[in-house]
Design a binder for this molecule. Sequence first.
Ligand code: ZN
Length: 218
Amino acid sequence: MNGPLGFVLDLLFPPKCVFCGKVLDTGEDGLCARCQRELPWLTDGEAELTGEFFCLCAAPLRYQDKVRDSVRRYKFKGRRGYYKLYGRLVAQCIHDHLAGRYDLITWVPLSPQRKKERGYDQAFLLASAAALELGEVAVETLRKDRNTEAQSGLTEEAQRRANVLGAYSPVDPSLVEGKRVLIIDDVVTTGSTLSECARVLRTMGAEDVVCAALARAR
Ligand SMILES: [Zn+2]
């Protein structure tokens, strides 16, 4: 926020680095210079992952240490404001790896129950912020009909796939028919959640599916 109110709010609640918590210096925006230098950024080929129903998933960061702690605060400790910086980082990654490869931006939705518990849908916020940076709007294409066990608690790939199989359904197939869809999530691990969403998007008539996430585990 700018203007006098923004100035007062900054004095009362100085903006902090979303990764390490340091109070930001003038000119630092969302993350501190040290984190900018030292975070586990993924480069070129490392940033890209392929999956069964999507041809490419790009992510700017590795999901470890300060990145993991930050994402956990975002998802489980109510730090919803992190979506602004996260959105910028994901938008930059999309620009670098996925430019010209999609017609529509969407996200991996939460179940209504989880959204009620959390108070917000973190992937929706992230996708909306990234889309805005890119001059687009994120469109709701999928709905999650049932609560699934957290994927992070499942170690076997087969378990992870079975856990999300059939969990997502189309909102309105005409939205994606013949389109190339970019789907956004916060963290990608094996890609089984993204792959299941991509599978449903393809049954809805999507021509192609690519993915982006803030961080990649493994
Ligand atoms: Zn920092």
